[in-house]
Design a protein around this ligand. Structure first.
Ligand code: NDP
Length: 329
């Protein structure tokens, strides 16, 4: 039996090349559950794994795709049976294990989550790792006391994948959302997701000059990191929290401890890759209930396996808006 996959090869000069090829079932990794993949998606990390960047992929040829949704075809694990609808995010699938840019994937049963009622496999990939992470970030802010009415909640990298889903969820939950973007042309899009205020990236681009500025934000989902995160910490209201999700703007944090020790600001780290099964289930259920599906569909750009090499380059340059959904068939 053969299936179609996007395969990345490493060339002699150290560069990589990606192409759609036919693979044999016997080439699949040795997992417990074989899934007929229906949809995958594109996340920032996929952009790295589609090219030579990042050092995330250790062996070639490689099939990227850090998440997928589909139907179980065969299972050696009692928890899954043929016909079950499943979704996978994280566990370094698509990095150290062949991923979702293929019509078939074979993975460990522990890594799968049953698709929650009310979501199709396409919906699940419109959410994808980026959207799941946005939900985990919102849940962390709630666990630390964020409630609607507390004041504006900032979302950085708002027109990207994590930012778009975070904006839509927060607005649906009744929060006033301030969306930071470096692309002014996305203002209408962000307002359609529920943002009530657009903040230009330049406003937060300068490095910290004063460790405390006026108390402005009741919470923040930060996909950007770097100097912007440092700046935002000094603008948080007393006792408020920032959920740090990403590093689209840089991995260093040129900040002071002053916001933590004088204003009780919390910096909450969000990892989606190694999250427990229970946390994933809880987050997927919250997505099914708290993310308006019409808004989700409005942020989707459809794609095929053949489109991915170009899209991978675009997401690394911050040029992809919202969520890309890849129909692998
Ligand atoms: P996207 O590329 O879709 O979104 C990132 C957004 O950040 C861009 O759209 C852009 O938004 C903004 N941005 C890009 N470059 C810069 C810059 N130099 N300075 C300021 N803003 C910038 O990526 P994702 O949403 O998929 O991922 C966002 C981040 O979250 C990535 O760093 C990713 O690695 C991380 N991530 C972490 C996860 C975890 O488990 N912790 C899981 C998923 C993602 P705009 O144009 O609106 O300014």
């Amino acid at each position: 039996m053969t299936f179609k996959a996007l395969v990345v090869d490493k060339l002699d000069d150290g560069s990589t090349s990606a192409s759609v090829r036919s693979l044999d079932d016997s080439q699949l990794p040795d997992g417990d559950v074989t899934v007929a993949v229906e949809y995958s998606t594109l996340n920032y990390k996929d952009g790295l794994c589609l090219g030579p960047g990042g050092g995330l992929v250790k062996t070639y040829p490689h099939v990227p795709g850090i998440d997928f949704a589909g139907t179980v075809e065969a299972s050696r694990d009692a928890r899954y049976r043929p016909g079950d609808r499943v979704v996978l995010t994280g566990w370094r699938v698509g990095e150290t294990w062949w991923g979702g840019y293929a019509q078939k994937a074979c993975v460990k049963a522990d890594w799968l989550v049953p698709l929650p009622d009310g979501l199709t496999s396409r919906d699940a990939m419109a959410v994808g790792t980026a959207g799941l992470t946005a939900m985990l970030a919102v849940m962390a802010l709630e666990d630390h006391g964020l409630k609607p009415g507390a004041g504006p909640v900032l979302v950085t990298g708002a027109a990207g994948g994590v930012g778009s889903v975070a904006t839509a969820i927060l607005a649906r939950l009744g929060h006033e959302v301030a969306a930071v973007t470096g692309r002014p042309e996305t203002a209408n899009y962000l307002e359609s997701l529920g943002a009530s205020r657009i903040v230009a990236r330049e406003e937060l681009a300068e490095t910290v000059k004063r460790p405390l500025e006026s108390e402005t934000w009741a919470g923040c989902v930060d996909a950007v990191g770097g100097a912007m995160l440092a700046r935002v910490l000094g603008q948080m209201k007393y006792g408020a929290s920032v959920a740090a999700v990403g590093l689209a703007g840089g991995a260093t944090l040129p900040a002071t401890v002053i916001p933590f020790i004088l204003r009780g600001v919390n910096l909450l780290g969000i990892d989606s890759v190694m999250r427990s099964y229970e946390d994933r289930l809880r987050a997927w259920r919250r997505i099914a209930s708290d993310l308006p599906m019409d808004t989700l569909h409005a942020m989707v750009q459809p794609a095929t396996l053949a489109d991915l090499p170009d899209l991978g380059k675009a997401i690394l340059k911050g040029e992809v808006r919202g969520r890309v959904v890849v129909d692998v068939n």
